[in-house]
Design a binder for this molecule. Structure first.
Ligand SMILES: CC[C@H](C)CCC(=O)Nc1ccc(S(N)(=O)=O)cc1
Ligand SMILES: [Zn+2]
Length: 263
């Protein structure tokens, strides 16, 4: 299978073709989290996030998703605890979503698809001095994944949704400040699954400790519809393509153990 031949099955994918060969290639993300195969680890501590809304800098469309970027030149917005040995600095968060509410998340739970998934991306500032260094190292990155479900309107998200029309096209940027990413976390961050994996877009490096929250957050149908009004393409391209289905196809677990912080 994909694990032994170090080739990742390159299936048709609306967003981009997976490169045929990925160095190593046996710790790729995303995966399906098979609950009954996950192993409860009582040593896993609660996650400790400490975000400073003042470190929020800009929101921009990078042609894959939209990113909210934080000033990561100091340890002002960090995550530690959980499965992490070190302190990790928040550098950005972004989302993945589908063209309909029927799919859109990258990870799944017992094959259950969610309409969208939030990723809060952090790098190990105890061991490295730049994101670009950490992205190449086994313990370099920590990404918190949060599933989104369609339901009541998310008040905290609305500030972000209102900024999206200004960044419809690839490479558009607007100033964005005083946004507290903690408002996007579920009320319970003690229950999560964790495993070692990779970035889900190029460079696909296998440097990520994933922490996928068991509890989802709710956003309204209309809020998700604004995500789908973004474009993959820049303003000068003759054919405009709607930014939807920006998720990667699922990868083989390759014998990896997914641990749970709850029994
Ligand atoms: C030098 C490396 C380059 C700048 C990488 C920039 C970056 O942040 N990439 C990134 C981050 C997170 C994810 S995900 N979807 O959370 O796995 C995917 C890709
Ligand atoms: Zn992501």
């Amino acid at each position: 299978a994909a694990c032994s031949s170090k080739y990742v099955l390159s299936q048709m994918h609306p967003m981009w073709q997976d490169p045929l060969a990925i160095p190593g290639g046996d710790r790729q993300s995303p995966i399906d989290i098979v609950v009954r195969k996950s192993v409860y680890d009582s040593e896993l501590k609660p996650l400790v996030t400490d975000y400073d809304p003042q470190t929020c800098q800009q929101i921009w469309n990078n042609g894959y998703s939209f990113l909210v970027e934080y000033d990561d030149t100091t340890d002002k917005s960090t995550v530690k605890g959980g499965p992490l040995q070190d302190k990790y600095r928040l550098c950005q968060f972004h989302f993945h979503w589908g063209e309909s509410n029927a799919w859109g998340s990258e990870h799944t739970v017992d094959r259950k698809l969610f309409p969208a998934e939030l990723h809060l991306v952090h790098w190990n500032s105890d061991k490295y001095s730049l994101f670009e260094e950490a992205v190449m190292e086994e313990n370099g990155l920590a990404v918190i994944g949060v599933f989104l479900k369609v339901g009541k309107r998310h008040e905290g998200l609305q500030k972000l949704v209102d900024a999206l029309p200004a960044i419809r096209h690839k490479n558009s940027v607007v100033e964005f400040n005083r946004f507290d990413p903690a408002c996007l976390l579920p009320s319970n961050t003690d229950d999560y699954w964790t495993y070692h994996g990779s970035l889900t877009t190029p460079p696909l490096t296998e440097s990520v400790t994933w922490m996928v929250m068991k509890q989802h957050i709710e956003v309204s149908h209309d809020q998700l519809a604004v995500f789908r009004s973004l474009l993959f393409t820049s303003a000068d391209e003759e054919v405009q393509k709607g930014m939807v289905n920006n998720f990667r196809v699922q990868q083989s677990q390759c014998g990896r153990t997914v641990r749970s912080s709850f029994s």
